[in-house]
Ligand binder design. Structure first.
Ligand code: KE4
Length: 429
């Protein structure tokens, strides 16, 4: 369908906003498309400005686990907004959400709210550097932790050598403090720590990777990471911005029984409003201003509307059977996709973790970013275009996760599988 209105708004947008969007992935460049401008969303559906309706599997990149415009969240926000939108002074709401987060993540004694996942990981790294008195950090290729300078870094000539900037504007002097290891490869971490035994402040890892597409930690990987970071006295930061409250009410660390020193959260804990959070052991967190010397601040941190949306969202997620329902819906969909792929002769891997998954157009299982990059991106783009044409809104990149919500229904699954069948048939030409 011609998206005339989207095209018109896009023409205006590019004049005033770089690339016409406020976050690059929305430009649909990776799939050779043009941005689709949205008018509204409700439940599992999203509606574009041209009257198009889609079953939505982006879910704002994770936050909308209850579905869009959830009645409980909406009515609580309507009441909250009558009390004002921001005070720049503390409220009980922040304490309530903090208590809920700490109850769900017993590895954390304390938590600080910020406004995005980027702020959460950036601040956690600063705190880890202050606590250890060390400068270097280790991240994994293919894991994304937001756009702070020290995280927009790729491996230098080898994983165990200094990092180099992965974006213009990141000073080499900053990038050189970031090592990049290979996800699911403990040897790559070991080599770095053996080479720099007293220089690494922290290792940051996605509990379940979602930013190279969904890649789960293989047996023993997170346990090995925990053992190595303890051995070398480096802080283990688990980035659960995506996986926290997504995989279960307690994130990847609960599923894999890992106790990180610090955890980063975001997305779901804001219920669609801007919230990030970082937390950890008391002796680390109390180094944070004003209780300690490490500075971190934010005008809108702990915003009462965002706290309200987060509190209600977690309250809904605590209800009995919620994660079983999410898993059943997701497994039904993913098994259906695998069955259609077999029948249609399409080589793909369906990687599932809780209510997030990725269809890799790849003949072999994807265990790390190197594997993911060998996927057929052309085929993915064609798949994206056909799914959109059939009224299904999926992430516009092979290296992203698809999100299922509590608002998705069996009928949505049937419609989605029908669209997958048409798309796979189209891929066979
Ligand atoms: P934000 O700054 O975008 O709130 O969070 C950064 C971040 C940190 N850690 C993890 C594990 C994340 O997945 C993210 C952000 N995720 C992307 C989706 N892959 C956000 C979408 C976008 O950039 O528009």
């Amino acid at each position: 369908m011609g998206r005339k209105m989207s095209a018109e708004i896009f023409k205006r947008a590019v004049k005033v906003i770089p690339g016409g969007v406020n976050s690059p992935v929305r430009a649909l460049k990776a799939v050779g498309g043009k941005p689709i401008f949205i008018k509204r969303a409700r439940g599992s559906k999203i509606y574009d400005v041209d009257g198009g309706m889609y079953i939505d599997y982006i879910g704002s990149w994770g936050p909308m686990i209850l579905g869009h415009a959830n009645p409980e969240v909406t009515s609580a926000l309507k009441k909250a907004v009558e009390n004002g939108t921001s005070y720049g002074a503390p409220t009980l709401l922040e304490v309530l959400l903090a208590e809920d987060v700490l109850e769900a993540f017993p590895s954390m004694d304390m938590v600080r709210f910020v406004n995005s996942g980027t702020e959460a990981t950036m601040s956690a790294i600063r705190l880890a550097r202050a606590y250890t008195g060390r400068d270097r950090i280790i991240k994994f290729e293919g894991c994304y932790h937001g756009h702070a300078d020290s995280l927009l870094v790729k491996a230098g000539s080898g994983a165990a050598t200094f990092g180099v900037p992965d974006s213009p504007g990141v000073p080499a002097d900053i990038a050189k403090n970031t090592y990049t290891a290979v996800y699911n490869d403990l040897g790559s971490i070991k080599r770095i720590l053996e080479k720099d035994p007293e220089g690494v402040a922290c290792v940051i890892v996605e509990g379940v990777a979602g930013n190279m597409g969904v890649v789960k930690p293989k047996a023993g990987f997170l346990e090995g990471l925990r053992a190595l970071t303890s051995q070398y006295k480096a802080i283990l930061i688990m980035d659960e911005v995506m996986s926290g409250f997504r995989l279960c009410y307690g994130g990847a660390q609960k599923i894999y029984n890992i106790t990180p020193d610090m955890t980063c959260l975001g997305k779901i804990i804001g219920g669609g409003l801007p919230v990030g959070a970082f937390g950890g052991r008391r002796e680390i967190m109390e180094m944070l201003s004003p209780s300690g010397p490490v500075y971190q601040a934010g005008t809108l941190s702990g915003n009462p509307l965002a706290m309200t949306a987060g509190i209600i969202t977690l309250k809904e997620l605590k209800k009995k059977g919620v994660y079983e329902r999410l898993t059943t819906l997701t497994d039904t969909l993913c098994m259906g996709i695998s069955e259609i792929a077999k029948r249609r002769g399409i080589d793909c891997q369906v990687a599932v973790a809780g209510s997030m998954f990725t269809v890799f157009f790849n003949a072999s299982p994807v265990k790390n970013y190197g594997d993911a990059k060998r996927s057929d991106l052309e085929r993915f783009s064609a798949y994206f275009r056909m799914m959109t044409k059939n009224g299904i809104f999926i992430p516009p990149s092979q290296f992203e996760a698809v999100f299922v919500s509590l608002a998705h229904t069996k009928a949505d699954m049937e419609k989605t599988l029908d669209a997958v069948d048409r798309s796979f048939k189209g891929l066979r030409g």
